[in-house]
Design a protein around this ligand. Structure first.
Ligand code: NAD
Length: 497
């Protein structure tokens, strides 16, 4: 049985642990590899080596750091399909979707290659007589990232390229449910010329994460995952005086105005709700039909009924299995609550089968109408191919519903009315808004800006905010005396003269 290595002190090595987790293919539930839980000694080695390497990496010229990212970007592109295939094996994502996962990560690496211009400080000459001030942006030290299962290429690539381009060293603890993709990313990073020890990859779960959260040598923690873990990471990391950005769960609404283009709405809802088996933090899980738009629900049902899950290399499949039998059980249990609590189950994805793959974690497309805000299918993040439909009398009622949600990752409106779109984007209390765009994930020159219960912290992922997150600002005030202006008196005031 294949054992997943760790990347420690610049070597891909087997763990000495006795504690291994099974890695399964979600389409078959066959065990495809064993994932180690790093020992305390291995965690120590990762942190110590990252600390040691920081001393030389921070002195590496910014243009050299940028060139590593340029070479990395080229290598990732060259190996794009191969990485996507590994990703499909361990997540069950369709090949097309897996390629998208890799591509959105490559875009961040491209952006990280611009690091020099993003790390420019500011200068003002003559802030007082013969006094000048300039600021520098300097790296923090050892940073760590803890990533979820649902984007094993994109989310690690949100983190370590930006942190390392800024001059930090990085320890990645990827999801134990799909670590093969991040390991391949690490191999290619070394091939791109990243010095050994700048990036370390350790495996495991809570025990290993707790080491990163509490060790004083780790200065910053980037986390992406579920709400309860995200809160725990933020509270524990900050109470250990670390900088923390914690991206958590979501429940994303799409508002459908009656003046929208019906076919565009149906296409967007089907793709954004069941794509990736609904396992996206920006998936649309709630459709809010305003007024007469609810008459389109039967056509939405017909379109969703045609969609089917399947194997990663089945070109007719729209999406793959959910990640584990436990995830499937949870999704099916939530579907049962919807029925029990009075929602109308228009399409039931339970007991779904796929020919030739009887043991996969399949859930068929599921559609509810007449959902209300007190139902579990509305309140819980289902993380499965389930779309819940609600009705609102007008746009104001739809906005109120969304603003009362504890989550604030993404939302969208479909309309042809500029005034409605403008009001929506202005009043909505959600960090990422799409107008006739169902999944508005910003490209990396912006930042990924979830709000409310979907994000704990101040500075978001990638873009300028990531540079602020992974750096400190140092402000230098200097005076060079010229003979005429030199004062002969002591200055007892705080004012610069
Ligand atoms: P998860 O919270 O179960 O796991 C995320 C990471 O935390 C993994 O590496 C895991 O090993 C670790 N972990 C799990 N339990 C832990 C604990 N008790 N203490 C410390 N670490 C722990 O999340 P998941 O199921 O892998 O991912 C799905 C979730 O991630 C969904 O809720 C989804 O919305 C969210 N997500 C959010 C975003 C975003 O940008 N807001 C993006 C992607 C995914």
């Amino acid at each position: 049985m294949k054992k997943i290595p760790q990347y420690l002190a610049g070597e891909f090595v087997q763990s000495q642990t006795q504690n291994w987790i099974d890695l399964t293919n979600p389409a078959t539930n066959e065990v495809i590899a064993k994932v180690p839980c790093a020992t305390p000694e291995e965690m120590r080695l990762a942190i110590d080596k990252a600390g040691e390497m920081f001393q030389s990496w921070k002195e590496t010229p910014v243009s050299e750091r940028a060139r590593v990212m340029l070479r990395y970007q080229a290598l990732l592109k060259e190996h794009h399909d191969e990485i996507a295939e590994i990703l499909s094996q361990e997540t069950g994502k369709t090949f097309d979707d897996a390629k998208g996962d890799v591509w959105r990560g490559i875009e961040v690496v491209e952006h990280a290659a611009n690091v020099a211009s993003m790390m420019m400080g500011e200068t003002v000459e003559n802030v007082a007589r013969e006094v000048d001030t300039h600021s520098w942006i300097q790296p923090l030290g050892v940073c760590a990232g803890i990533t979820p299962f649902n984007f094993p290429a994109m989310i690690p690539l949100w983190m370590f390229p930006m942190a390392i381009a800024c001059g930090n060293t990085f320890i990645l603890k990827p999801s134990e449910q799909d670590p093969m993709t991040p390991m391949r990313l690490a191999e290619l990073f070394e091939q791109a010329g990243a010095p050994k020890g700048v990036l370390q990859v350790v495996h495991g779960g809570k025990e290993q994460v707790d080491v990163l959260l509490t060790d004083p040598a780790v200065k910053a923690i980037s986390f992406v995952g579920s709400v309860p873990v995200g809160r725990y990471i933020y509270e524990t990391g900050t109470s250990h005086m670390k900088r923390v950005q914690s991206f958590a769960g979501a429940k994303n609404h799409m508002v459908i105005m009656p003046d929208a283009d019906k076919q565009q709405v149906i296409n967007a809802l089907v793709g954004a709700s069941v794509g990736a088996a609904g396992q996206r933090c920006m998936a649309i899980s709630v459709a809010v039909f305003v007024g007469a738009a609810q008459e389109w629900i039967p056509e939405l049902k017909d379109a969703m009924a045609k969609v089917r899950p399947g194997a990663w290399n089945d070109s007719g499949a729209s999406y793959g299995p959910v990640i584990s039998p436990k995830a499937k059980e949870r999704v099916e249990a939530l579907i049962a609550t919807g029925e029990a609590q009075g929602a109308t189950l228009l399409l039931d994805g339970r007991n779904c089968t796929v020919d030739g793959l009887p043991d996969g974690n399949w859930v068929g497309p599921t559609l509810f109408s007449n959902v209300t805000a007190d139902m579990d299918v509305y309140k819980e993040e289902i993380f499965g191919p389930v779309l819940t439909c609600m009705n609102a009398d007008d746009l104001g009622e739809a906005i109120k519903l969304i603003n009362e949600s504890p989550y604030g990752n993404g939302t969208s409106i479909f309309t042809n009315h500029g005034g409605a779109a403008r009001r929506f984007q202005h009043e909505i209390e959600v960090g990422q808004v799409g107008i006739n765009v169902p999944i508005p994930v910003p490209l990396p020159f912006f930042s990924f800006t979830g709000w409310k219960g979907s994000f704990y912290g101040d500075q978001h992922a990638y873009g300028k905010q990531a540079v602020r997150f992974y750096t400190e600002t140092k402000t230098v005030t200097s005076r060079w005396f010229s003979s005429e202006a030199t004062s002969s008196e002591a200055n007892f005031s705080i004012q610069l003269r």
